[in-house]
Write a protein of this length. Structure first.
Lengths: 283, 294
């Protein structure tokens, strides 16, 4: 009964979107009003809102899940034109963190890469904790591009040990070993450099290098790379699973759900939301 | 008018709860926490206290008022966390990047920090009541001297407390913490390695890979005596970590509720715990796997 009402309201929302989509509505509020109209006509939602208090956690939680579902269907039907013209100037590189168990599904990973390429992403960093992607996807990408290391204009190839090309997109594949272990290697490098250059070694208590020295050491040991602007997490939980700390400073981290239920429309919506973001960087 | 109301809110937050209502509320809270504790409870929660300035802007009051109400929220949240059995609470109070703000804003934040640190050490404060131990993590030498001295005094004063641990990150960024850990590791390695260096300047590190390890770095981080956070909550709906505990949050559940920090309340905290309990089996499995591989 409730599902029927919800379905009826969802259909009316889709029809309204079809009618208004030829006009380029910039105001996101209008989308929300349309969806709220469908909620308001569903008596059971109103009853829940009254019982648990307006803006209750339950109502909002259920409402946001239904909202996301409706949005993804509307977007996938190409009815919201503003989602089709994505402004990706701010997105220099995108990272994808996948749970290692889910990363074994190479078909889904390849599909994801195709989708990202179709959106126009130039640089993708694929990460999983246990290096499953390095073992599976790497081989396929090597055969696809006929080369294991291709110089890329986006990133200095010397910095990156596993860089591939797929259509117009550069792909870097990393794992936990490139995170904390990478920093330890850089520390060892600095240690040996400090010992070499410092003649007053017996008298100084602590070396005086800076964050940029650490960044240079990471480059020298092959553990550096682009800092992604956006990180998509595919897995049961919103965790970055050990993504290299030095590259995660100001990255927007978005949880996309499980890899097996990934949807193109959700990726488009995430890109759209990212394009609206504004960072102060501490100011 | 709104400014006066907000000042009253600030002061009200410091007053003890009135008798019967307060006791009933405490009793109900205890029952609620008992029910919550039927599921797995986090040991360490970290908060990025974002949204104080937006809170003040929305209410057309001075920015300082937003920070003041934010402090009241901090004391309430710490109280609830302790009552729930959360042993470690970490908060991101001031980033090194925040020094880029206008000098008068930075100065007012420093003054507020000193005032609140002194308040925390007062007799009837929450620290004395619950026996909190306070840590200040970050490059404290970047702080103004009064604030740095107040922070050091607070740490010394509470060092022997055995209750919950409140860690306040000031003049902190994760990359700065990692850099300081590298410096300390290098200094310790140099002192601890036999036949390693002589005063003629000859030095050898034959096996570069074996020189500094991940364990060496972790021993020298600010968070060395603290477990990794189970949950990291950033209020105001923002999705980034802004250089906060990047090393320690590999298997932390990252949450970003919409309310601004001064609006963060008990129900938001409870919802955060429920979300954590939902994915706890997954996180626990990953932690066991990571330990096995190490």
């Amino acid at each position: 009964d409730d599902l029927q009402t919800l379905f009826r309201n969802s259909s009316s929302v889709i029809i309204y979107s079809a009618i208004i989509s030829p006009v380029r509505w910039e105001r996101r509020e209008l989308d929300l009003i349309l969806l709220l109209a469908s909620y308001a006509s569903c008596c059971r939602w109103i009853w829940l809102a009254r019982t648990l208090g307006s803006g209750s956690l339950f109502h909002r939680h259920m409402g946001s899940s239904v909202n996301d579902l409706l949005f993804s269907y509307i977007i996938s039907m190409g009815l919201l034109l503003k989602h089709q013209n994505l402004q990706l100037d701010e997105l220099n590189s995108l990272a994808v963190v996948v749970d290692s168990e889910e990363a074994k599904n190479t078909t889904k990973i390849k599909q994801l890469l195709c989708w990202l390429s179709s959106i126009g992403i130039k640089y993708v960093i694929l990460y999983d904790m246990q290096g499953v992607l390095k073992q599976t996807i790497r081989t396929d990408l090597e055969s696809l591009t006929n080369t294991s290391m291709t110089p890329c204009s986006v990133v200095d190839a010397k910095m990156v040990t596993s860089l591939f090309h797929f259509e117009k997109m550069a792909i870097e594949i990393i794992s936990l070993a490139d995170g904390k272990e990478g920093v330890a290697k850089a520390a060892s490098f600095l240690y040996s450099e400090h010992m070499k250059d410092d003649s007053e070694i017996c008298y100084r208590s602590e070396p005086d290098f800076t964050e940029s020295d650490v960044a240079n050491a990471l480059k020298a040991t092959g553990s550096a790379g682009a800092e992604p602007d956006l990180l998509l997490v595919y897995g049961p939980a919103r965790c970055h699973l050990g993504f290299p700390a030095w590259r995660l400073r100001y990255t927007e981290i978005v949880h996309m759900g499980r890899l097996r239920s990934m949807k193109f429309a959700v990726i488009v919506k995430t890109m759209h939301d990212f394009s609206k973001k504004h960072q102060n960087y501490g100011k | 008018m709104l400014a006066l109301i907000d000042l009253e809110m600030e002061k009200h937050g410091r007053k003890p709860e009135p008798n019967i209502f307060g006791s009933v509320w405490r009793f109900l809270r205890r029952c609620l926490f008992l029910v919550l504790a039927l599921g797995p409870m986090p040991n360490h929660i970290a908060f990025i206290m974002d949204g104080n300035r937006r809170y003040a802007k929305r209410r057309n009051v001075k920015e300082g008022t937003g920070h003041g109400v934010g402090f009241t929220t901090l004391t309430s949240v710490c109280q609830y966390c302790f009552e729930m059995g959360v042993k470690y609470v970490t908060v991101y109070a001031f980033s090194i990047d925040n020094f880029k703000r206008k000098p008068e804003e930075v100065q007012s934040l420093m003054d507020l920090m000193k005032e609140k640190i002194d308040e925390l050490l007062e007799e009837e404060s929450i620290v004395q009541k619950y026996g909190f131990r306070i840590n200040f993590w970050g490059s404290l030498d970047l702080l103004s001297e009064p604030v740095r001295l107040a922070a050091e005094k607070a740490m010394a004063h509470t060092a022997s407390n055995t209750g919950p641990v409140l860690s306040v990150c000031v003049a902190y960024t994760s990359t700065n913490e990692i850099m300081r850990a590298i410096k300390k590791s290098c200094a310790r390695k140099r002192l601890g390695t036999r036949g390693y260096a002589n005063c003629d300047g000859e030095s050898v590190c034959e096996d570069i890979d074996g020189c500094v390890t991940v364990a060496d770095l972790e021993e020298n981080l600010d968070t060395a005596d603290c477990p990794d956070p189970d949950i990291v909550i950033r209020t105001s709906g923002e999705t980034r970590l802004s250089n906060f505990l990047l090393w320690q949050t590999s298997l932390s559940h990252l949450q970003n509720p919409n309310p601004l920090w001064p609006e963060f309340s008990l129900r938001n905290l409870i919802w955060a715990i429920l979300e954590y309990q939902k994915i706890y089996p997954y996180l626990e499995a990953r932690r066991r796997l990571a330990k096995k591989e190490n």
